[in-house]
Design a protein around this ligand. Structure first.
Ligand code: PAF
Length: 284
């Protein structure tokens, strides 16, 4: 496994892989790898000749009061995990390498950001698509792997790939969970022990939503009210949003029908957690 810190060297490696007609599976990450990332890497390993991951905590996608500085980082641990899962290259650039000067062209997401994380983190997805555009150009993957824990990101990236004709396939991978149901996240380490104990209630609420919908409840306003009440009563964190939308369009719905996402975000003292489930609800 090679660790590459400069764009130039990464481009040279990619050129060689392309010359040798080897396919590239790519997993973009911000590091502090966990089993969720490992699932993406394993899938990439199965279906590509070479696997590249990037580790880059992208300042552009963090708001001024967000956790850029506090975002957990541990490159030695990441290296070990990447090696164990058969990664060929880690692209690990510095902020200066990725953004040596202010950008003279900026990208802005114009659809699917009025809701969920896009609404509560203005500019976040502009930062995500900007860095991914750079990374896709540098790494030129055949396939890129993204976790469905951030289903809005998957929908936005799908728009980026389609609108700008990136010749790559987007592969969404289901959320990996702890035994108690909490979605795996690099940020979970920032929960206090009592917050960690109650955090599985977030997924329990999503499962409750699934049951209500299975039992025939369709009215999204009443579903959201009931779910918010249930969640608020079982956690000390503050609900940022709980929404039921069409997926992947992320449009508001009166009735939970068709492919729908039930998505939630909760603020704890030092961390904001997100989770979701996506359901196929038969239309009458
Ligand atoms: O999901 C993430 O970790 C980040 O948003 C990504 C895709 C690596 C872009 O910085």
């Amino acid at each position: 496994m090679k660790i590459i810190t400069t764009i130039k060297e990464m481009q040279q490696e990619v050129k060689q892989l392309k010359n040798n007609q080897l396919s590239i599976g790519y997993v973009p990450t911000m590091g502090y790898l966990h089993e969720g990332h490992a699932a993406l890497i394993d899938e990439a390993r199965k279906n590509n000749d070479k696997v590249v991951i990037s580790i880059f905590v992208n300042p552009l996608q963090f708001g001024p009061n967000e956790d850029f500085d506090a975002y957990p980082r541990d490159i030695d641990r990441d290296e070990r995990i990447a090696k164990e899962h058969g990664v060929d290259f880690i692209f690990y650039p510095s902020v200066e390498e990725m953004y040596p000067r202010g950008l003279s062209v900026s990208l802005s997401v114009t659809d699917r950001t009025e809701v969920l994380c896009g609404k509560s983190r203005p500019g976040h997805f502009d930062g995500v698509v900007t860095v991914l555009t750079k990374l896709f150009h540098i790494i030129q993957p055949d396939r890129a792997y993204f976790g469905l824990k951030d289903a809005q990101q998957v929908a936005v990236v799908d728009g980026l790939i389609t609108d700008y004709h990136f010749p790559l396939e987007l592969i969404p991978i289901p959320t990996v969970r702890e035994e108690d149901g909490l979605a795996k996240s690099s940020r979970n380490v920032r929960l206090t022990s009592s917050e960690r104990e109650e955090a599985p209630q977030i997924y329990k609420t999503l499962l409750h939503a699934q049951e209500l919908i299975k039992a025939g409840e369709r009215d999204t306003i009443s579903l959201v009210e009931r779910l918010k009440e249930k969640l608020a009563n079982s956690i000390t964190g503050t609900i940022d949003y709980l929404e039921i939308l069409s997926y992947p369009e992320l449009r508001k719905l009166e009735l939970a029908e068709g492919k729908v996402i039930i998505a939630v975000a909760v603020f704890y003292q030092k961390v904001r957690l997100i989770d979701n489930i996506i359901l196929e609800v038969p239309r009458p």
